[in-house]
Design a protein around this ligand. Structure first.
Ligand SMILES: Cc1ncc(COP(=O)(O)O)c(C=O)c1O
Length: 233
C-alpha cells in the first residue's frame, strides 16, 4: 500500500482520489485513509466494509458490493456526499446517474428484496454482537493467529504483503514451490478447509477471513498449517 507521502494529488487538476481500501488479490489493506484537502476521496470498500469502525465523513463516496461482509452478491451500498451529486456530469445515462437512485429512493429498478432482507439480518447480527468495535477486535485476533503462524514458521510459509500493509480480510502466503502449495490445498480440502487457493492470476495460498468466518476456523487453519509444516519441512 502506498504511504501517505506516496500519494500525490493536485487539487487543480485532479477531480478525485480513488482508493480500494482492501485489495483481495495481493492481500493488502489501507490502515489509514488519505486526506487531501480540496480533493474528494472515493473508496471501493467492497471487501472490508463493516470489518472495522469507519469515519464516513472523510469520504465523498463509499461504495461496496455486498458479497463479502454484508450478505450475498446482488446488492451494492453507496454512501454519497450530497456535494458529489452537484458535481456530476449532466449527460449521464439514467442507470449510471446517482440522481436517479436518490430521486427514486434506491428503488429505480426492481430491488432484490430477499438479499436486502439478508443484509438487514447481517446488520442486526453485528449490532447484537457488540457492533464494529467487537467485529474489529475479532478480526484482528483472527488475522493475528494466521500471520503469527506464518512469521513463526522459519520461512516455511512466506507472507506476500509487507507487514504494514497486511490485510485483515485476505491473508496471502506462499511456500517454497508450487507442488508443496498444491499439496497444502489438497490436504486442507480433505479436512474440509475450502477455498484456500490464491486468486487465479496470482496463485499461491489465500485465506479469506471475512466477518462471517469464526475465530475457531482460523484456529483450525493454524493448527493444520503447523501440522503440515512438521510433516513437510
Ligand atoms: C474491492 C473489490 N472491488 C470490486 C470487486 C468486484 O465486485 P463485482 O464482482 O461485484 O464486480 C471485488 C470482488 O468482489 C472487490 O473485492
Amino acid at each position: 500500500m502506498p504511504s501517505p507521502q506516496d500519494i500525490q494529488v493536485d487539487k487543480q487538476t485532479d477531480a478525485y482520489l480513488h482508493i480500494t481500501s482492501n485489495e483481495t488479490v495481493n492481500g493488502t489493506q489501507f490502515h489509514y485513509f488519505p486526506i487531501v484537502p480540496g480533493v474528494p476521496v472515493i473508496a471501493d470498500m467492497s471487501s472490508d466494509i463493516l470489518s472495522r469502525p469507519l469515519n464516513i465523513s472523510k469520504f465523498a463516496v463509499i461504495y461496496a458490493g455486498a458479497q463479502k461482509n454484508l450478505g450475498p452478491a446482488g446488492v451494492t451500498i453507496v454512501i454519497l456526499h450530497e456535494e458529489m451529486l452537484q458535481q456530476q456530469r449532466a449527460s449521464l445515462p439514467a442507470i449510471l446517474d446517482y440522481h436517479t437512485y436518490v430521486k427514486h429512493n434506491s428503488l429505480y429498478n426492481t430491488p432484490p428484496v430477499y438479499i436486502i432482507y439478508l443484509v438487514n439480518l447481517v446488520l442486526k447480527w453485528i449490532k447484537r454482537n457488540g457492533g464494529l468495535d467487537f467485529i474489529e477486535k475479532r478480526n484482528v485476533e483472527k488475522a493475528r493467529l494466521i500471520y503469527e503462524t506464518i512469521d513463526q514458521s522459519y520461512g516455511f510459509y512466506q507472507g506476500m504483503a509487507r507487514p504494514a500493509s497486511r490485510s485483515l480480510m485476505n491473508i496471502t502466503f506462499k511456500m517454497k514451490n508450487n507442488e508443496l502449495e498444491k499439496r497444502f490445498i489438497q490436504e486442507a480440502n480433505e479436512q474440509r478447509m475450502l477455498g484456500l487457493e490464491g486468486y487465479r492470476s496470482f496463485g499461491h495460498i489465500r485465506a479469506s477471513v471475512y466477518n462471517a468466518l469464526p475465530y475457531e476456523a482460523c484456529k483450525a487453519l493454524t493448527e493444520f498449517m503447523k501440522e503440515f509444516q512438521r510433516h513437510y519441512c
